[in-house]
Design a protein around this ligand. Structure first.
Ligand code: T5A
Length: 213
């Protein structure tokens, strides 16, 4: 037992850099809104004014390099705020919440990528997050292809984008391991295919999960 509350109207999107989450999120939102549901789409780190300020601190390459532990705690500080101010109120009033990244990102990036203790991450999750999506769509893509897609988009890569490929290989492996450990929650989607095909797959997975709930 994880000790986390799983919410049927809470969905997260995960994947490495350039996996196509933004594109898929739009399709999921439209699919749910088609029958009149309220949908809150949000992102991490971020999703509230304070959490967006923490995001800026975390990603701005102009700051001194953050220790891995600092990075982890700031991700969780932003998430604690995000859950309390955005996610929980939206779920309580009956809306769907689709989050571009959630706690699995911390397991993948700070756990697998930076090598921080997974038990410590689980403890932060249990104490300060307390909730998990019922459905997590993992857009899986090889690291080179993801880089190719984001190349030239940002003049200056953010602090995490600037990491080397071996870091992102560990992140990808970390995600796939999370998916293996929680097959009922995860759907792994091959994100190498054209954007409309990936989005259609994601929408199918969401509608199937909604029907089964
Ligand atoms: N982070 C976050 C942590 O380290 N720990 C944590 O706990 C959390 C929550 C967030 C960073 O913070 C880290 C992870 C990240 O490094 P971000 O800017 O939000 O920073 O980074 P990403 O979420 O990775 O955003 P990206 O924009 O890079 O990725 P997306 O959203 O997955 O990709 P998207 O949709 O913008 O697409 C990228 C490009 O590819 C094209 C799009 O048109 C776009 O140009 N594209 C495709 N091209 C071909 N085929 C397809 N199927 C395509 N899909 C999209």
């Amino acid at each position: 037992m994880s000790g986390l509350r799983s919410h049927p109207r809470f969905v997260s999107l995960e994947g490495g850099e350039g996996a196509g989450k933004t594109t898929v999120l739009r399709a999921l939102r439209e699919a749910l809104e088609a029958d009149g549901s309220e949908v809150v789409s949000t992102r991490e780190p971020g999703g509230t004014p304070l959490a967006e300020m923490i995001r800026a601190l975390l990603l701005d390459p102009a700051h001194e390099p953050a220790a891995a532990e600092t990075e982890l705690l700031l991700m969780f500080a932003a998430r604690a705020q995000h859950v309390r101010e955005t996610i929980a109120p939206a779920l309580a009033r009956g809306a769907w919440v689709i989050s571009d990244r959630f706690t699995d990102s911390s397991y993948a990036y700070q756990g697998a990528g930076r090598g921080l203790d997974v038990a410590a991450i689980a403890e932060l999750e249990r104490r300060y997050v307390g909730i998990e999506p019922a459905l997590t769509l993992l857009l899986d893509l090889d690291v080179g292809q993801g880089r190719e897609r984001t190349r030239g988009r940002d003049l200056v890569p953010d602090r995490i984008e600037a990491e080397r490929d071996d870091f992102f290989e560990r992140v990808r492996a970390g995600y796939l391991e999370r998916a293996r450990q929680a097959p009922a929650r995860f759907r792994v989607i091959d994100a190498t295919r054209p954007a409309d095909v990936v989005a259609a797959d994601a929408v199918r997975a969401l509608l199937a999960a909604r029907q089964a709930a």
